[in-house]
Design a protein around this ligand. Structure first.
Ligand code: CO
Length: 606
C-alpha cells in the first residue's frame, strides 16, 4: 500500500496561484479532505506565512487553528526551512524552538524540515524541538543533480537523519526533475541498506517525468507520495491526487482512498481555480523538460524572467540560464531552492549585466563565508578570491551559522512591547510574526495591511488591474486582435495594456505597478519621477531597479571612490551602491523606502 501526502492547501497553490489561496476558501472543503484518510495534509509553512501577512491580511496562526479544528482526523503538516523557519535567513536557536512550540500548540502535527544545502547541522535544532513538543519529524533532503549528489550521497545522509531522530524521510525534489531511475535507486538504496522509516517522495510535474518516477518509486518500496487535487496540480505543481489513486487501484500499491470522494474535492477546487483566474499563468502549466539540463526550478525561472524585465534585460534570458548553471557549479553545486536559488540566480543576473563577479551581492558574500551552511562541494578558490578578497580563508566560518547569533526572543518581545504602548501584542505568536518579518508585521499587526483582494471580490472582473496583468502575460496579442476588428482609421494608439497606474490611498498619491506574480508594487507616496532631475554633473546613477533601504551619506559628507552611499533592495536582495568617484556629497535625490529605476539619479558628488 502507498499513502499520499495531500498538498493542495500549501504547495499546490504556492506553485500555481502565487500562494494566494485564502483561509475561507479552504474551510468549506476541509471536512471532505479530512475524510479521505491521507497520510498527512500539508497546510502551512513555506511561503504561506509571508503571503498571509503581506498580501492577504490574514493571520497565519488563525489559519492553522481553524484548519486543525476543521480537520481533526488527519495529521497536519508544515514545511519548515530549518534555521530559516519560514523566512529567508538564519534565526537563533531560541527563536526556532519557540516557533516550533507555537506551531505544535496551534495544530501542526508533522514537521517537514529541510535545509537548502543539506547541511544537517542546520536541521538539528528544529528536529529536536519538534520531537520535544510531541511532533512527527519528516526529515528532508533537497534533491539536485551534480557530480557530488550521487545515490550514495543521499543514502548516507538519510542514515544520519535516522540517527538524528527522524520519524519519516523525504526526498524533496522541488524542481520536479527526478528521473524514474534516480527515484528508484535512492529509495531502493535506502531500503536495502536497512532504513525502516517510511520514505516519501516529493516532486513536481515540471519535467513531465514525474508520473513515471512515482511508479518507479513505488517499485522500490516508497511509502508516501506527494500529490495535489487535480485542478491545482500538474505543471510546476505536483501530480494529481486522483490520478495517482486511480493508477494504483487494484495493485499492490492501492491507496484504498475513496475516488468518488476525491472527485467531489475536485469539483470544489475547480470552482476555486476559476475564482483565482487572475493568477493563472500558462507558463506554469507547461511541461518543461529543459529543467533537467539547466536545473532551474519553475518558480525561479518565472522569477528570473521578471527580474530581467525589471532590469530592462529580457533579451539576456538564455545567457543568464547558462550563467546560472556556471555560478552554481562554481559555488559548490547548491540545490536551487529558497534561499540558495535567489543567491545563485541574482549573482548570475549581476554577472551577465555587469561582468563576472564585478557586482557581488551581500548574499553571495554571506554564502561564500559559510553563513548559509556548508556548500555540498568546495567553492572554486578563484571565485572565493573574487568574492571575499585575497584573504578569503580568514573570512570563512567553520561553525554552524546560527552559532554566531544571539538569542532574539526576549529582546524582540521587549521591543514590540514598547511600540504603540504594547497594543500590538494580542497573543505571543504576534511577537514571532514581528521577529520573522519586522516591517511587514508592524503594518499587519496595526491592521493597516490592505488585502490584494477578498474572497467576495473573486473572480476579479476582467478590467481589474490584477486580471489585466494576467491577460497581458498570457495573451500579449489580445489587444492587437481586438484592434484588427476595427476599421483601419480607428486602429491608432499604442496596443498596450497599461501596467502602471497612479492611485490614491487616503488622499495620498501612490504609483502602482502590476507585476507578474500578481502582486502590487507600491512605489510610495509622491515618488513621481518627474520631480527628479535626469542628469547633473557628478551624478551617481542606479544600475538597478529597486527600493532604497538605507541612505548612508548626507549632504556635505566627504567620500571616496568605493564608499557605500546607499543600500538598495533589488530582486529581493540587499545590494550596496558604491560611489564611483571621490568628492563631497552635494545633493541627494533619494530617500529611504523610495523606489528607483535603472538609470535614476541617486546623489551628486563634486
Ligand atoms: Co514542492
Amino acid at each position: 500500500m502507498v499513502q499520499l501526502h495531500e498538498m493542495v492547501l500549501r504547495d499546490g497553490h504556492q506553485s500555481l496561484l502565487a500562494t494566494r489561496m485564502r483561509t475561507e476558501e479552504m474551510l468549506p472543503i476541509a471536512e471532505k479532505l479530512d475524510a479521505v484518510g491521507f497520510f498527512s495534509l500539508e497546510v502551512w509553512g513555506g511561503a504561506t506565512y509571508d503571503v498571509c501577512i503581506r498580501y492577504l491580511n490574514q493571520d497565519p496562526w488563525d489559519r492553522l487553528r481553524a484548519l486543525k479544528k476543521a480537520m481533526p482526523n488527519t495529521p497536519l503538516q508544515m514545511l519548515e526551512r530549518a534555521m530559516n523557519i519560514v523566512a529567508y535567513w538564519n534565526f537563533p536557536d531560541d527563536t526556532v524552538k519557540k516557533f516550533i512550540y507555537f506551531a505544535k500548540r496551534n495544530g501542526c502535527d508533522y514537521f517537514r524540515i529541510f535545509d537548502a544545502l543539506n547541511d544537517l547541522r542546520n536541521m538539528k535544532v528544529p528536529m529536536e524541538a519538534a520531537k520535544e513538543n510531541g511532533g512527527h519529524v519528516q526529515a528532508c533532503l533537497s534533491y539536485t543533480i551534480s557530480p557530488v549528489h550521487t545515490v550514495d550521497y543521499f543514502v548516507d545522509k538519510f542514515h544520519t537523519l535516522v540517527k538524528m531522530g527522524a520519524d519519516s524521510l523525504c526526498i524533496k525534489d522541488m524542481a520536479g526533475m527526478i528521473s524514474p531511475k534516480r527515484a528508484y535507486d535512492i529509495i531502493k538504496g535506502c531500503k536495502d541498506s536497512g532504513i525502516k522509516l517510511p520514505m516519501d517522495l516529493h516532486s513536481h510535474y515540471t519535467s513531465g517525468m514525474t508520473g513515471m518516477a512515482y511508479q518507479r518509486a513505488a517499485d522500490a518500496g516508497v511509502d508516501i507520495l506527494d500529490t495535489s487535487i487535480s485542478p491545482i496540480s500538474g505543471g510546476t505543481a505536483a501530480p494529481a491526487t486522483e490520478s495517482v489513486v486511480a493508477a494504483f487501484k487494484d495493485t499492490e500499491w492501492d491507496t484504498h482512498y475513496d475516488l468518488e470522494l476525491l472527485i467531489e474535492c475536485r469539483a470544489y477546487f475547480l470552482k476555486v481555480w476559476e475564482k483565482y483566474r487572475h493568477l493563472h499563468r500558462f507558463d506554469a502549466l507547461k511541461v518543461d523538460p529543459s529543467v533537467t539540463l539547466h536545473q532551474v526550478p519553475g518558480g525561479m525561472l518565472s522569477n528570473l524572467i521578471f527580474q530581467l524585465e525589471e532590469q530592462g534585460a529580457r533579451d539576456k534570458y538564455r545567457e543568464i540560464l547558462a550563467e546560472t548553471a556556471r555560478v552554481r557549479d562554481e559555488l559548490g553545486y547548491p540545490p536551487l531552492v529558497t534561499p540558495t536559488s535567489q543567491v545563485v540566480g541574482v549573482q548570475a543576473v549581476m554577472n551577465v549585466l555587469h561582468g563576472r563577479y564585478k557586482v557581488i551581492t551581500k548574499e553571495t558574500k554571506d554564502y561564500c563565508r559559510g553563513m548559509y551552511g556548508q556548500p555540498p562541494a568546495p567553492i572554486k578558490p578563484e571565485v572565493m578570491k573574487l568574492v571575499l578578497g585575497a584573504k578569503w580563508k580568514d573570512e570563512v566560518i567553520d561553525k554552524r551559522p546560527s552559532d554566531l547569533l544571539e538569542p532574539l526572543w526576549d529582546k524582540k518581545k521587549k521591543e514590540l512591547q514598547e511600540i504603540d504602548g504594547g497594543a500590538l501584542i494580542k497573543k505571543e505568536e504576534d511577537v514571532m510574526t514581528y521577529i520573522l518579518y519586522p516591517q511587514v508585521a508592524l503594518k499587519f499587526l496595526r491592521g493597516q495591511t490592505i488585502p490584494e483582494f477578498t474572497s467576495e471580490q473573486l473572480p476579479l472582473p476582467l478590467d481589474h488591474i490584477l486580471t489585466r496583468g494576467m491577460v497581458k502575460q498570457s495573451f500579449p496579442e489580445v489587444k492587437q486582435l481586438w484592434l484588427e476588428t476595427l476599421p483601419p482609421e480607428q486602429r491608432s494608439g499604442p496596443a498596450q495594456i497599461p501596467t502602471e497606474f497612479q492611485v490614491e490611498v487616503n488622499g495620498e498619491p501612490f504609483e502602482v505597478k502590476v507585476v507578474p506574480s500578481g502582486g502590487f508594487m507600491v512605489a510610495g507616496a509622491g515618488t513621481a519621477a518627474a520631480q527628479k532631475p535626469k542628469d547633473v554633473e557628478g551624478g551617481v546613477k542606479s544600475n538597478l531597479q529597486g527600493t532604497i533601504l538605507k541612505v548612508k551619506v548626507k549632504k556635505g559628507d566627504k567620500i571616496k571612490k568605493g564608499d557605500v552611499i546607499a543600500t538598495i533592495e533589488a530582486m529581493k536582495m540587499e545590494q550596496e551602491i558604491k560611489s564611483e568617484r571621490d568628492g563631497e556629497v552635494k545633493d541627494i535625490f533619494i530617500k529611504e523606502g523610495g523606489s528607483v529605476s535603472t538609470g535614476d539619479l541617486l546623489i551628486q558628488i563634486l
